[in-house]
Design a protein around this ligand. Sequence first.
Ligand SMILES: Cc1cc2nc3c(=O)[nH]c(=O)nc-3n(C[C@H](O)[C@H](O)[C@H](O)COP(=O)(O)O)c2cc1C
Length: 228
Amino acid sequence: MPSAPHLPIAMTTADIKRTQQHFSDAAGRALRAGFEWLELHFAHGFLAQNFLSRHSNNRTDQYGGSLENRARFLLETVAEVKTVWPESLPLTIRLGVFEFDEHAELSFSESIQVLKWLKEAGVDLVDVSLASSTPGEQVPWGPNFMVPYAERVRQETGLQVATSWHIKGAQDADTFIREGRLDLVFLARSLLANPHWAFHAARELKIDESEAVLPTPYAYWLKQWELT
Ligand SMILES: Cc1cc2nc3c(=O)[nH]c(=O)nc-3n(C[C@H](O)[C@H](O)[C@H](O)COP(=O)(O)O)c2cc1C
């Protein structure tokens, strides 16, 4: 017997509320576990990004259609999380601000508006990232390629911004911060390749006491290591 075609099943309003409750439950657990920074993942084709994207959101209720409606899940989730996460600790989000397709500028201008709303809602910083909401995206991979988008977000929203993706060099990272293009640089693979990246960066940038960026036991040993 042929199998039935796969049809997407939309979340009910009860599903949405339950999921938002799960976000705040997780935030509460993170707080009790001692975390001092919470980042909500609203990027990379995850659920919140799918609510925001015109590509994936086909809803006809209050969570679909207009930008206000597509942003509702994100704003409500932030509000829910803020019921448990204290004002004194950073609350940040990761958002894919740009869909690299033929409507890229539209997705970017929509993201800017949503980020202004999220800033009003109490988000402290946006980790500017990829949307991954449509298979047609042509991502311009290359060194530092997300920095100009993050810089535009910073200028147009007044939010603090971070970004990652192919930022490898200490000089580049330092320049992006010093020139006020980014507030933070995030690294992933450079740190996998070299867990002491920050120490080597501090040395390269000729920062006094570069070992101060390390935990004391590592600092003691690495300080005495002949570095080329
Ligand atoms: C092993 C590994 C696991 C990752 N897992 C996640 C993840 O769970 N969620 C996420 O948003 N990004 C994830 N990323 C992407 C990183 O957050 C980062 O944005 C990306 O690697 C680009 O930064 P980079 O060029 O410094 O590696 C992962 C990357 C690596 C290398």
